[in-house]
Design a protein around this ligand. Structure first.
Ligand code: TYD
Length: 197
C-alpha cells in the first residue's frame, strides 16, 4: 500500500513523516524530490534558481518521479511493503499547475495529470496537512520561490480541487494545531487506513 503526505511548505509534513518512522519501523520511507539520485539533484538546482523555466522544472520533477517509481516505489510495493512518501504526484498537480498558471498551457493541472497518467502509480491514500498560505509562508521562512504566500494560495486552491475530485483518497488534517495534535490525528488516520486494508 502507498500512502503519501501532502501539504504546503511549513505544514509540518516532514516532522510528521519523521515521527512515523518510529511507529512503522518496517515501512519504506521515501520522498519527492528524491535526495539520493542525480535527478533529485537536478530538481534541487531548479528549486534554487529563480530564473528556472517553469515547464522545464515540471519535466525535471516528473523525471525524478519516474526514477523514484521504478527504483523505489514499485519494487517496495511488489515486495508487499507499506510505502510512505513525503510528497508525491499531487505536489506536481498543485505546485507546477500554479507555476504554469500564466503559461501558454490552457489547463495546466489537466496537462500535468495527463503526462503522469500513462506511467504513474497513484497513491492509495493521501494525508493532506491543511494550513493557510500566510502561516505556511511564515513557518517556512519564504526561503525559495515556492514559499511565498500569494503563490501558496494558488497551490492550496489546487490541492482543494484535487480533494474535491477524489474525496475518498484524501484525509485532510488541520495543520494549524500544535505539532502533537497534528501527529495524533495523523496516527489515528493511519490506524484507520491500515485497518481498512
Ligand atoms: P520539499 O523538499 O518537500 O520542501 P521542504 O522539505 O523544504 O518543505 O520540497 C521542495 C520544494 O519543491 C517545495 O517548495 C515544494 C516543491 N515541489 C514542487 O513544486 N513540485 C513537486 O512535485 C515536489 C515534489 C515539490
Amino acid at each position: 500500500m502507498l500512502v503519501t503526505l501532502e501539504g504546503l511548505d511549513g505544514s509540518g509534513k516532514t516532522t510528521v513523516w519523521e515521527a512515523l518512522h518510529d511507529r512503522y519501523p518496517d515501512a519504506v520511507f521515501t520522498r519527492e524530490p528524491t535526495d539520493d539520485s542525480w535527478y533529485g539533484d537536478a530538481v534541487n538546482r531548479a528549486i534554487g534558481d529563480d530564473d528556472a523555466d517553469p515547464l522545464a522544472t515540471l519535466f525535471l520533477f516528473t523525471a525524478d518521479h519516474a526514477d523514484h517509481l521504478s527504483r523505489v516505489v514499485r519494487p517496495a510495493l511488489e515486495a508487499g511493503d507499506l510505502v510512505i512518501s513525503d510528497r508525491y504526484s499531487d505536489s506536481r498537480y498543485a505546485y507546477q499547475a500554479a507555476s504554469l498558471r500564466t503559461s501558454e498551457l490552457k489547463r495546466p493541472m489537466e496537462y500535468i495529470m495527463g503526462i503522469h497518467a500513462a506511467f504513474t502509480r497513484p497513491p492509495d491514500k493521501t494525508i493532506y496537512l491543511d494550513v493557510d498560505p500566510e502561516t505556511a509562508a511564515a513557518r517556512s521562512g519564504s526561503t525559495n520561490k515556492f514559499e511565498q504566500a500569494a503563490y501558496l494560495a494558488d497551490v492550496r486552491a489546487n490541492y482543494e480541487r484535487l480533494i474535491e475530485a477524489e474525496p475518498e483518497r484524501f484525509i485532510k488534517i488541520d495543520a494549524t494545531q500544535s505539532p502533537e495534535a497534528v501527529l495524533d490525528e495523523v496516527e489515528a488516520a493511519f490506524d484507520e487506513i491500515l485497518a481498512e486494508e
